[in-house]
Write a protein that binds this ligand. Structure first.
Ligand code: TRP
Length: 371
């Protein structure tokens, strides 16, 4: 039975995805994105939203196991992506990992996705008793008229926090990039426990631009720490990093809420040095509500010469709630810089289960005055 006031998780999120794809110019006959979402959500997709999440996924604040993003390349090309966690019907850390593994088997086979890189590191990152917040996540990447692509995010803490560095270093070695660990750590891991490996990610495709990425969270950092991290990549413009933090962070000096995150991209042709740097800013922790977040993202896009209308189309695709009535629809914003392409990516929460209330504490209230 179909109850429009209490849709299933699949109905709700697939409608958002379809809208995002329509806005990004995908042909309406392209069912691949929605078909993949169905498979990713599995049996949990059939639960009604009123039943609540099957598992407290850390993908999004309200435990929805998917998060959307729209990549606005400076070339004008767009991609729609889903970050997602596969949840088993009887969920648990090991059961979710096994279900996620099965998703890869069926998807890789059907779409002809090469799994060599996954196979090369799986005994490191897929232990029998995974620890931490998740075992591994997927990014499903959709572009108009193209076969979907897959990226895997492994969890460096999956064998316990104390083994993260060892796992990341060995992961690079297995992929023939033994110098990458030092190249990435040198500029970005200098503050002890305040700089932590968050994800070790691999593109599952065999093109020359296929990347291995390392993500580092910088707790209580300023823009200058991000600038320093970015210097691992030759020739990056420090001013654009400062602008990004200033425009999106408002009057934030130290990002003391959710951390700024750096990522480095390596490709096989140049395994010693990262070719790209990205900086992720969890904007939801630094605004009073989404209307303020939208203003800042618009200002940032405008200053970079990107059309801010793309942002509003993406927002309208996922929600019609008043933006000042919640916080976290705009979860993160990222800036990509380097030889493999530059651009801005907007991360949009589904808010399937709930929207966080606007912030009412004094610091955000004063930040909101100027908005
Ligand atoms: N929800 C988690 C967080 O905010 C994980 C996550 C989802 C994330 N999307 C992200 C982390 C984008 C960095 C960038 O930390």
């Amino acid at each position: 039975m179909n109850d429009i006031n209490d849709p299933t998780l699949f109905d709700y999120t697939s409608r958002q995805l379809r809208n995002l794809c329509d806005e990004a110019g995908f042909p309406s006959s392209d069912s691949a994105p929605v078909d993949m979402l169905r498979e990713l959500l599995g049996p949990g997709g059939d639960r009604r939203l009123s039943e609540g999440p099957l598992w407290p996924s850390d993908v999004a604040d309200d435990a929805t196991p998917v998060e959307f993003s729209v990549a606005l390349d400076d070339t004008g090309e767009n991609a729609v992506r889903i970050l997602g966690e596969v949840i088993a019907e009887q969920p648990g850390m090991a059961a979710n990992m096994a279900a996620a593994r099965r998703f890869l088997d069926s998807t890789a086979e059907r779409l002809g996705i090469p799994t060599e890189r996954f196979d090369a590191v799986q005994d490191l990152f897929l232990p029998e008793d995974p620890q931490g917040k998740f075992s591994f996540w997927y990014s499903l990447i959709f572009r108009p008229n193209a076969t979907p692509k897959l990226k895997v995010y492994f969890n460096p803490d999956v064998r316990g926090e104390h083994r993260g560095r060892e796992l990341v270093a060995e992961g690079f070695r297995r992929l023939g990039m033994e110098d990458a660990y030092d190249a990435a750590s040198e500029h970005s891991v200098q503050r002890g426990e305040k700089d932590r490996f968050t994800f070790f990610a691999v593109d599952l495709d065999d093109s020359p631009t296929s990347r291995v990425k390392l993500y580092i969270s910088h707790y209580s950092a300023t823009a200058e720490e991000a600038v320093r991290a970015s210097q691992a990549v030759d020739g990056l413009d420090a001013e654009s990093i400062r602008d990004f933090c200033r425009v999106l962070g408002g009057d934030t000096v130290t990002f003391g809420g959710r951390p700024l995150v750096s990522s480095y991209s390596f490709v096989e042709a140049d395994p010693k040095r990262p070719g790209n740097y990205s900086l992720y800013l969890p904007i939801r922790d630094y605004v009073a509500h989404d209307a303020e977040a939208r203003e800042r993202v618009r200002a940032f896009l405008g200053a970079r010469g990107s059309d801010p209308a793309g942002l509003d189309r993406a927002i309208a695709a996922v929600t019609d709630r008043p933006l000042d009535e919640g916080r976290g629809l705009l979860a993160h914003v990222s800036l990509r810089l380097g030889q493999f392409g530059t651009g801005t990516t907007i991360y949009l929460s589904s808010e399937g289960y709930e929207a966080l209330p606007p912030r009412v504490d004094a610091s955000a209230a004063s930040a909101a005055v100027g908005a």
